[in-house]
Ligand binder design. Structure first.
Ligand code: DAH
Length: 344
């Protein structure tokens, strides 16, 4: 028995087990139910009493040694297993996160606003859900004007006196600005507007406008023309010409429609300008005295001009997009083309 104990001590010192599985096999070999050390323990019962003390001590040491050795091998196997896992390669290039870009409508709205900011205009905004007063009444729309009909306007409430509706133009922000801001006023009002229109290549029920308003003493139609000419040249290039055609809006008198020279054919006539050499970009005019009065401004002392343009329309002309619906469908192949179009 003494020899067996010595042999097992030796075996333990040379024991190798690289994996968890091998460690477990070694444990079973020495300490399992039929293990070598377990067998020695059985034999110990029949050892002569005078040898029991000596052998007992040796056996205990052996068992302790076996347990310690197995623990040691187990720890080594564990460490090996975790360092075997494929290490992260820190030199790998990172995942590319695709860069988004601004929507073409946002780009153009910003360009319009930036141009007028340079001329000293502030930016004003107002609510999209408006009341009849700010969208129509204060802007001199007669009570039976067709724009007030259900087929043109989305109504939110049907109150007879001053129903709530989705604003059909940003001219409502003119009124709110005149009501609240001190004179002189020089603002542009960008925003979303809503009209009850069938969706087509040229019309949508939601679109964007930028409204402009300038009120001071002695503002004339010549000032309006100059502001719009400067804007058109900043927007469409320094060669751009403008022309004004008489028009009608309830809130301006006189009123005009503004065309810019076609920047594609340079005025010669092409299919974008339908052979005319001109592209319509906005409505404008001198603020009607009734509109000034409605917001508490004395038309004897002050005068002003206003203009309003569709952002999608300007964007379509700038980039020759022939179908308005592209701006709303958000097809990435369309949007990605404007990723670099941020310059004014
Ligand atoms: N509000 C008009 C529209 O939605 C655009 C407009 C025309 C605004 C003339 C103006 C203006 O301020 O003077 O069609």
């Amino acid at each position: 028995m003494k020899d067996t104990i010595e042999k097992i001590f030796q075996d333990l010192s040379q024991l190798k087990a690289a994996t968890q599985k091998e460690v477990e096999e070694a444990r079973i070999r020495f300490l399992g139910k039929k293990g070598e050390i377990t067998a020695l323990m059985e034999q110990f019962r029949s050892v002569a009493p005078e040898l029991k003390r000596e052998y007992g001590q040796k056996l205990n040491e052996l068992k302790k040694e076996a347990l310690a050795r197995i623990e040691e091998l187990k720890a080594q196997a564990c460490q090996a297993a975790s360092s075997d896992a494929p290490a992260e390669d820190l030199t790998m290039p990172g995942d590319v996160v695709p860069m988004g870009s601004r929507h073409p409508v946002s780009i153009v709205r910003q360009q319009i606003v930036d141009i007028f900011r340079k001329f000293g205009y502030d930016v004003a905004e107002g609510p999209e859900i408006e009341d009849d007063y700010h969208v129509f009444e204060a802007l001199n729309f007669p009570p039976n004007h067709p724009a007030r009909e259900m087929q043109d306007t989305f109504f939110v409430s049907s109150g007879h006196l001053n129903p709530l509706l989705l604003r059909t133009h940003t001219s409502s922000v003119q009124v709110r600005t005149m009501e609240t801001q001190p004179l002189p006023i020089r603002v542009v009002c960008p925003g979303r507007v809503f009209r009850n229109e069938a969706i087509s290549a040229r019309a949508h029920c939601i679109f964007h406008q930028v409204e402009g308003l300038y009120i001071d003493k002695d503002v004339t139609f010549a000032d309006l023309k100059q502001a719009i000419l400067l804007f058109a040249r900043e927007m469409f290039g320094p060669e751009t010409q403008i022309r004004m055609r008489p028009s009608y809006f309830p809130f301006t008198e006189p009123s005009a429609e503004v065309d810019v020279s076609c920047n594609i054919c340079k005025g010669k006539g092409c299919n974008i300008c339908k052979g005319t050499g001109w592209l319509e970009i906005m409505g404008c005019g001198m603020v009607d005295p009734n509109v000034l009065k409605a917001s508490g401004i004395d038309p004897e002392q002050y005068s002003g001009f206003a203009f309003g343009m569709g952002v999608e329309r300007i964007a379509m002309l700038k980039w020759q997009v022939n179908d308005l619906r592209h701006y709303f469908e958000n097809d990435m192949r369309f949007l990605a083309q404007f990723a670099t179009a941020t310059e004014v």
